[in-house]
Design a protein around this ligand. Structure first.
Ligand SMILES: [Zn+2]
Length: 344
């Protein structure tokens, strides 16, 4: 007997599309299943101003194959020089849906990020007034802090003081990886958290045991099993504060399989199949739609999508192990277990 599951069309609340040939190759992988995505602004150079966001949105739409529908939800990369008036105008016109805070040096192309939070206070106050979410890559970058502790330390030493200094600021804790992140996200109504597909599947053993696995290396790095289980519980709980942000982050194999390999897992292609499997394993298939399609729009104050997708369960499905981008290949995330659900 075929099992089917129909959901409101999902959105991805954290996505890297890059630019140029990479953008053209990976965009259909997301647009095939997802109606909208929050587009990360960490290009080189980053998307800092409203004018940058207009130009990037136009390049994304030009890269979309004929016959596919997709709405990029643009963001600005917060710098110490960001102009509050530019942010206000971009938000009020509907051009941008969030601003992204990268602590300087935290991840790919984040060297232009923020070092001194006092320098962005004016922007944060405008955002609090408008209700515009601040998406935060929540890791400290000080070398004394162990990489596995960076998220928990960030919450205590940066995020909590930042929120106290700017009352009313709405924050999305991006790609949380720890039980500490789950607990903090639950602590206030103006907080939410995205969870990636891969952090529901892998822990740090997957990266390091039996030889280093560069395609499981991402930032924030996967943590201990107890943290993965906390993320699973949060994602499948039905709590509206938690929703999908895949952080699908393509790099060519040449840059991943390297002496200094890039951080990122590419999950756009098979995310819906993996999530259906994960939610089924946790007896929570009835909560998948909330996680992928309802909680995100609610936090972002956007309507849910009008149409639906249907998944069917059957014999194991396979996906291409790599996407050809012309100037190399991008490896598709391997969850390490068979996938039985496929989007019709
Ligand atoms: Zn990211």
């Amino acid at each position: 007997m075929t099992q089917t599951l129909t959901l409101r069309r999902p959105d991805d609340w954290h996505l890297h599309l890059r630019d140029g040939a990479m953008l053209r190759a990976v965009l259909p992988e997301t647009a095939r299943h997802f109606a909208r995505a929050i587009i990360m602004p960490n290009l080189v150079p980053p998307v800092v101003t409203a004018a940058d966001a207009v130009a990037y949105r136009d390049r994304i739409m030009a890269a979309l194959p004929d016959g596919m529908a997709f709405e990029p939800l643009m963001t600005l990369y917060l710098t110490e020089h960001t102009d509050p008036a530019d942010v206000r105008a971009a938000a009020e016109s509907g051009l941008i849906r969030a601003v992204k805070l990268y602590p300087a040096g935290a991840t790919t192309n984040s060297h232009g990020g923020v070092r001194d939070m006092d320098k962005v206070r004016g922007v944060l106050e405008v955002m609090a007034e408008l209700g515009l979410p601040l998406c935060i890559h929540g890791e400290v970058t000080t070398p004394e802090v162990d990489i596995f502790d960076r998220e928990a330390v960030f919450i205590d030493t940066v995020l909590d003081p930042l929120r106290r200094a700017t009352p009313g600021l709405r924050v999305v804790m991006e790609h949380i990886t720890t039980a500490d992140g789950v607990a903090y996200a639950r602590s206030a109504d103006d907080l939410a958290a995205t969870i990636t597909t891969h952090h529901l599947v892998i822990n740090r053993n997957h990266i390091l045991v039996g030889g280093i696995k560069p395609h499981y290396y991402c930032l924030p790095v996967a943590k201990r099993e107890e943290h993965r289980l906390a993320l699973r519980k949060a994602a499948t709980s039905g709590d509206t504060r938690f929703f999908l942000g895949t952080d699908s982050a393509p790099h060519t194999d040449a840059l991943k399989e390297h002496a200094c390999g890039c951080a990122g897992c590419f999950t756009a292609t098979n995310t819906m199949s993996i999530l259906a499997e994960v939610f089924e394993q946790d007896n929570a298939l009835d909560r998948l739609e909330g996680f992928t399609s309802l909680h995100g729009p609610a936090f972002y104050r956007l309507p849910v999508n009008g149409d639906t997708i249907t998944l069917t369960k059957g014999a194991p499905v396979t996906y291409p192990s790599k996407i050809d981008i012309g100037e190399g290949h991008v490896t598709v995330f391997d969850p390490g277990f068979p996938l039985h659900w496929t989007v019709k």
